[in-house]
Design a protein around this ligand. Structure first.
Ligand code: ASP
Length: 596
C-alpha cells in the first residue's frame, strides 16, 4: 500500500517522522512563494507545505487543482504557535512535502467541496460519489458501519447465527405492494422481492437454528410520501424457546450496548413499558415521544349532557373520543394566529375544528376563562374540566371530539407539534416498549379485520377464546421498541400451532383454499415439529438516522433513491432491450414515449 497514515490520524506524536499520504486535494493556497495543499481522505484533512527549494515538486504543487488524486511523501513538523488549527484533528502539525505524485487529475467538480454551498438534492444524488466525499456525509456512513459492527458483535456473543434468506421469493403479506421480477424459466410467473424475511426466519426456527439474525435488505413498493425508501435495511432477528419477556430483555440490552459503545450514552435499564391502549389514550400514538410532557385527557363522560352537539354526540358514541390537551402557559405563548394554524394542522387528520379554552384566572370561575364554546358548558362541567386537566392560570386547553381514530391522530400530532414549537422537550433519549397490541384492526373500507402486525403474530394465550368470538378484543403477543417518537423495531411471538394459524387466516378472510395455496409451506412446517418462537426486526436506516442526528434516512444511505423511487446516479429504473422482454414473455402495455 502506498499510504502510511490517514490525514486525520496525524498528530504531534509523529513530529519529525516521514510519512506517506494518499488522498484528494481539498484546497490549494499560494502564499507568496510557498504552496499549501490541504489533503483530504476519509479520516480527515492534513496541511502540506511545499517550499520552492525543491523545484520539481514545487512545480507539481503549482499545477494541481481541487480534487486531484495525489500521493505525498513528506515529514511531519509542528506548526508555528500562531498557525495551529483547533478545528481539525491534525491541526497542531503540518507536513513538509518532499515528493508529490499526481495519481489522477480531476475536472472541476459540479459543486465545490472546500466551501459551503447550497446544492440541490438532485445534484447531490446525481453526483453522489462526490457528495459522499464531504466529511459530514462520510461521518454518517462511518457511524453506520460502527453501528452494524456493534450489533453483529452483540448478536454473535449471544449465540445468534447470521443466515441469508432469498431475495427472489413469493409475495409476502406484510401489507405493502411487492416489487415483482419476471421469471424467464417460468414465463408468465413472477418472483417478489422480500418485504421482510419473515417466513424464512420462522422456517429457520422450524429447522432448529434457535437464534438467527440477518442484516437484510427489504423492498416495499409504496408511495414515498414520508421519509421512506423503496429498499431499506432491517436488522432481522428470530429466536426459539424464548418468551417475549426474555426477547425484550435481550434486545433492549443490544440497543443499550450499542448506545453506550457508539455514542457513550447510557439508556435506562430497563426500558419502561406501556400498553398500546395507554399509549393511544395518553399520547394519541402507538409510538409516543416521551420527551414531550403533554398528555391527552379523556373528558367524554363530562360532555354527554352538554347542549353542544359537537361534543355531546361523540361523547355518547363508543366509537368516538372527546379528549382534552392542556398546554401549560399556552394561553400566554400562543397567539390567535397560532391557534388558527393549529386548527388547519389538525384538519390534515380529518378534524373538523379545534375547540379551545384559554385559562386566564381560575379564581374568577368562568369569568376567568375565554373560549367560543364556554357558553355551551354549564358551571359544573367547566369546574370538572379544569380539575381533570389540572389547568393552571395562563394555560390553553385544546379539545378534540370525533371518531376515535380522528381524535387520536389529530391530538397525537398536535401534541408533538406544540411540544416542538414551544420547545418543551425533556431529556435526550427516551426509549420504551409498547406492548399488548390488539391482534386486529377493523378496516372500514374493506369491511374486514386486518392484522395490526402481521398474520403470524400469536394471540395472548389467555385471549385464545376471543380469537374466534371477539376478535376485536383479542390482544397479541407483539411488542414495539420506540425511541423519541420513532418506531425502532417491532416483532412478536409467533403462532406455532397449525389450528391457531388457520383460525387467524379465517378471521382475516383468507379461506382454506387460499391459505393452502399461499401459505401451504408454512402450515406444513407447523405440522412437523415447530418450536415456540418469536423475534423482531429493527429498521437500521431509522436507527442510524436517530443516532447521527440526520434529517432524512437518505442521508444515512450511500445511494438512496428519490421520492419517486428513481436512482439519479445510474438512471434506474430504465427501459430494457426488447429481446429481453421477449425472453421473459413480457409485453409492455404502455410503451415509453419516443420508443417503439
Ligand atoms: N417482519 C416484521 C416486519 O418487517 C418484523 C417481525 O415481526 O419480526 O415488520
Amino acid at each position: 500500500m502506498m499510504r502510511s497514515h490517514y490525514c486525520g490520524q496525524l498528530n504531534e506524536s509523529l513530529d519529525g517522522q516521514e510519512i506517506t499520504l494518499c488522498g484528494w486535494v481539498h484546497r490549494r493556497r499560494d502564499h507568496g512563494g510557498v504552496i499549501f495543499l490541504d489533503i483530504r481522505d476519509r479520516e480527515g484533512l492534513a496541511q502540506v507545505v511545499f517550499d520552492p527549494d525543491r523545484a520539481e515538486t514545487f512545480a507539481v504543487a503549482d499545477r494541481v487543482r481541487s480534487e486531484f488524486v495525489v500521493c505525498i511523501r513528506g515529514k511531519v513538523r509542528l506548526r508555528p504557535a500562531g498557525a495551529v488549527n483547533p478545528n481539525i484533528a491534525s491541526g497542531a502539525i503540518e507536513v513538509l512535502g518532499y515528493v508529490l505524485d499526481v495519481l489522477n487529475d480531476a475536472e472541476t467538480p459540479p459543486f465545490p467541496l472546500n466551501e459551503y454551498s447550497d446544492v440541490g438534492e438532485e445534484t447531490r444524488l446525481r453526483y453522489r460519489f462526490i457528495d459522499l466525499r464531504r466529511p459530514e456525509m462520510a461521518e454518517k456512513l462511518k457511524l453506520r458501519s460502527r453501528i452494524t459492527a456493534s450489533i453483529r458483535r452483540y448478536l454473535d456473543e449471544n449465540g445468534f447465527l447470521d443466515v441469508e434468506t432469498p431475495i427472489l421469493g413469493r409475495p409476502t403479506p406484510e401489507g405493502a405492494r411487492d416489487y415483482l421480477v419476471p421469471s424467464r424459466t417460468h414465463a408468465g410467473n413472477f418472483f417478489a422481492l422480500p418485504q421482510s424475511p419473515q417466513l424464512f426466519k420462522q422456517l429457520l426456527m422450524v429447522a432448529g437454528f434457535d437464534r438467527y439474525y440477518q442484516i437484510a435488505k427489504c423492498f416495499r413498493d409504496e408511495d414515498l410520501r414520508a421519509d421512506r425508501q423503496p429498499e431499506f435495511t432491517q436488522i432481522d432477528i428470530e429466536t426459539s424457546f424464548m418468551d417475549e419477556e426474555q426477547i425484550m430483555v435481550m434486545m433492549e440490552g443490544m440497543i443499550r450496548h450499542l448506545f453506550a459503545q457508539v455514542l457513550e450514552v447510557a439508556l435506562p435499564n430497563p426500558f419502561p413499558r406501556m400498553s398500546y391502549a395507554e399509549a393511544i389514550g395518553r399520547y394519541g400514538s402507538d409510538k409516543p415521544d416521551l420527551r414531550i410532557p403533554l398528555e391527552l385527557v379523556e373528558v367524554a363522560d363530562l360532555m354527554t349532557a352538554v347542549d353542544f352537539k359537537v361534543f355531546s354526540a361523540p361523547a355518547a358514541d363508543p366509537k368516538c373520543r372527546v379528549t382534552a390537551l392542556r398546554v401549560p402557559q399556552g394561553g400566554e405563548k400562543l397567539s390567535r394566529k397560532d391557534i388558527d394554524d393549529y386548527t388547519k394542522f389538525v384538519g390534515i387528520y380529518g378534524a373538523k375544528g379545534l375547540a379551545y379554552i384559554k385559562v386566564n384566572d381560575l379564581a374568577q370561575g368562568r369569568e376567568g376563562l375565554q373560549s367560543p364554546i364556554l357558553k355551551f358548558l354549564p358551571d359544573e362541567v367547566v369546574t370538572a374540566l379544569m380539575q381533570r386537566t389540572g389547568a393552571q392560570n395562563g394555560d390553553l386547553i385544546f379539545f378534540g371530539a370525533d371518531k376515535a381514530k380522528v381524535v387520536t391522530e389529530a391530538l397525537g400530532a398536535l401534541r408533538i407539534k406544540v411540544g416542538h414549537d414551544l420547545g418543551l422537550l425533556e431529556g435526550q433519549w427516551r426509549p420504551l416498549w409498547v406492548v399488548d397490541f390488539p391482534m386486529f384492526e377493523f378496516d372500514d373500507k374493506e369491511n374486514r379485520w386486518v392484522s395490526l402486525h402481521h398474520p403470524f403474530t400469536a394471540p395472548k394465550e389467555e385471549h385464545l377464546d376471543k380469537l374466534a368470538h371477539d376478535p376485536g378484543n383479542c390482544l397479541s403477543r407483539a411488542y414495539d421498541m420506540v425511541l423519541n417518537g420513532t418506531e425502532l423495531g417491532g416483532g412478536s411471538m409467533r403462532i406455532y400451532r397449525k389450528e391457531v394459524q388457520q383460525e387467524v387466516f379465517h378471521q382475516l378472510g383468507i379461506d382454506q383454499l387460499e391459505a393452502e395455496e399461499k401459505f401451504g409451506f408454512l402450515l406444513d412446517a407447523l405440522k412437523y415439529g415447530c418450536p415456540p418462537h418469536g423475534g423482531l426486526a429493527f429498521g437500521l436506516d431509522r436507527l442510524v438516522m436517530l443516532m447521527t442526528g440526520a434529517k432524512s434516512i437518505r442521508d444515512v444511505m450511500a445511494f438512496p433513491k428519490t421520492q419517486s423511487a428513481a436512482c439519479m446516479l445510474t438512471g434506474a429504473p430504465s427501459t430494457v432491450n426488447p429481446k429481453q422482454l421477449v425472453e421473459l414473455g413480457v409485453r409492455v402495455a404502455k410503451p415509453v414515449k419516443g420508443e417503439g
